[in-house]
Design a protein around this ligand. Sequence first.
Ligand code: SAM
Ligand code: SF4
Length: 494
Amino acid sequence: MEKVQIDLNRWIKESVREEEIKSFLGSSGNDFINEEEIEELLRKERDPEPQKIRDIIQKSLSIERLNPDETVALLNVEDEELWAEIFQAAGEVKKRVYDNRIVTFAPLYLSNFCINSCLYCAFRKENKKAKRRRLTLEEVKKETESLVSTGHKRLIVVYGEHSLSDIDYMVDTIRIIYETKIGNGEIRRVNVNAAPMTVEKLKRLKEAGIGTYQVFQETYHHKTYKRVHPAGIKSNYKWRLYALHRAQAAGIDDVAIGALFDLYDWRFEVMGLVYHTIDLEKHFSGIGPHTISFPRLEPAANTPFIQKTKCKVSDADFKKLIAVIRLSVPYTGMILTAREPANLRREALHLGITQTDASTKIGVGAYSENSGSQIPERQQFLLSDTRSLDEVIRELAEMGYITSFCTAGYRCGRTGQSIMNLLKTGKERWFCKLNAVLTFREWLDDFATEDTKKIGENLIKKEIIEIEQNLPGLFPKFMEHYRKIENGERDIYF
Ligand code: SAM
Ligand code: SF4
């Protein structure tokens, strides 16, 4: 037992390389979150002039990233009618960049051993009531089989931070996931949410063929960060802040940022996300975050901190923060998860969301081992929306959104610089549409219930007409692909 602890202590020590942070710091040695500057900006301009806000909206509609003073102006709007204009513009920006498609994925928790002490998480080391488990490779296969048999093509795999789920385990589990196939069911893109790593480990993650690497800063406010991460590797703010810089340096050019709302003032966190975006762009030739996430705290078993937080974001403010992020970073993908209840997801979708999860289970082993209710002591937190993939897709189709299982981007080299250019010039939208229709066709034929199929067929007809009208040059090739899929071929894309 003592030996195990000594080995774990050594592993913890070797997991952080301070020299890999230094190369990204400014000459002052400070990181890019200047709290005084942000607080000052937030204080400066209350209730800005409507014309100023409308000019900012126009900039965003031309797919230009906003500067911090422009984001602040949006955050400080008080007039509700002006907010209505912001909401409308947020939806319009999303349409210009990504069209009416929503990408769907499922999270897959593989191990919940963790050496950290995040006060808000049921997997924290101190929570003795958590049931700990690391899936065997055979179990990973079973979980993947459950997911692919409903039609999922994209996963985000999740690991606690521990020597038991270090890079070797990650690489092995990702390989098993890609190898698992049932009929037409297969995973074509594995994204990763895991603790910050060294460049050396990140290079191995890249070699494993991952899509996006995602790390949330949780809170950008230094003092709050320290308070809610009192111990463990995660207490090192800068190691986490530059996790995605290291990922880019290791060649992973689809990186995903996020903040966990409810920990500190929501306006400050939005500013943190914008500064993070700007610093990534600065260091990596304009390549900002592939996606931004904005989870809010959900209840978690034996985790009293959550009820005590004083910064709870109301639903009304939550919609505002989504719209402001959308306008501030028009090219980025935005992820809304099953943490949020179905009714709110429905409303927030129109504010520029591009991705959402469905049929989500977050207990380790939960997809293949239990069908119904959530198991608090096995979960990191509790979900609000547990609807099936079929139900979510049907609802999206009823709302006029086409679900996309497209995974073409990273397999065709549309990542990093190349995808950024396509997004910023509004060209990616058309790749999105073509591939959304092709993958939706596959899913309708392979996995949809009869009711969903009916609604889906109407939507697909409408989409094909739009493609014919807007992309006459590509239309014949598109129809050739489409017919092949109707005849049973799979995984054809632009
Ligand atoms: N161990 C990895 C890490 O900390 O980076 C993976 C974390 S976990 C799957 C992904 C995210 O869930 C965390 O970064 C955090 O933002 C969020 N999270 C943790 N506890 C939560 C809670 N109680 N409610 C909502 N989100 C939570
Ligand atoms: Fe561990 Fe991540 Fe939970 Fe923190 S949020 S305790 S690092 S699993």
